[in-house]
Design a protein around this ligand. Sequence first.
Ligand SMILES: Cc1cc2nc3c(=O)[nH]c(=O)nc-3n(C[C@H](O)[C@H](O)[C@H](O)COP(=O)(O)O)c2cc1C
Length: 205
Amino acid sequence: MKVHLVVAHPEQGSFNFALHKTAVEVLEKENFKLTISDLYKQNFNPVAGRNDTTHFPAHDLFQLAKAQRLALLHNSFEKSISQEQQKLASSDLLIFQFPLWWWSFPSILKGWIDRVLSSGFAYGKDATLAPKKIMYSITTGGASSEEELAYYQRKIDGLYQDIFGFIGWQILPAFIAHGVQQKTDDERQLLLQSYKAHLVKNVIA
Ligand SMILES: Cc1cc2nc3c(=O)[nH]c(=O)nc-3n(C[C@H](O)[C@H](O)[C@H](O)COP(=O)(O)O)c2cc1C
């Protein structure tokens, strides 16, 4: 199994990185082949636009999806995009590690989706990328009731469906670590153990 891990957090000492390192440790132990995109460390540009490709006619009305399809045809994506697409193409499973920000992805990760999961490559008629498996590992500000937990679950299901459901990938259950900033060190260790068990159950088994 080849796994591509995308981590979107500005702080290497964060709980997000503790979860990311746990995934790397667990999957390497199984001899899975891993590639990693640490978006902040790479200074990944999340802003899609004309500079993403070199073949879009200078005087035409710019349309991102059209530019992406042309770039695929002419192999003319900006380097940071084609590098990410290559990592994705050679993997079976994609894992996103991110904190929930405004009920969504941090913008650096949203931009990765906009620019890397391009039209004609990841979706659309005759898309060239074979469908993969996807798993989210998410931290949140915390839920304090059953209703809130259900609300988070619905939001996260939506984040899956609107992207990976739409493009037809196999969605694995998300690992959700709630309220991590309020947890004690012992509680954090328990969460990391739960994440290991989640990976064993949903990815390795
Ligand atoms: C810009 C921003 C937006 C946030 N939005 C949400 C949110 O919509 N829902 C939520 O539960 N927590 C939200 N939070 C809290 C983060 O999810 C939480 O701080 C993070 O998951 C903790 O993980 P970390 O310690 O690894 O950063 C937000 C935090 C920031 C900075």
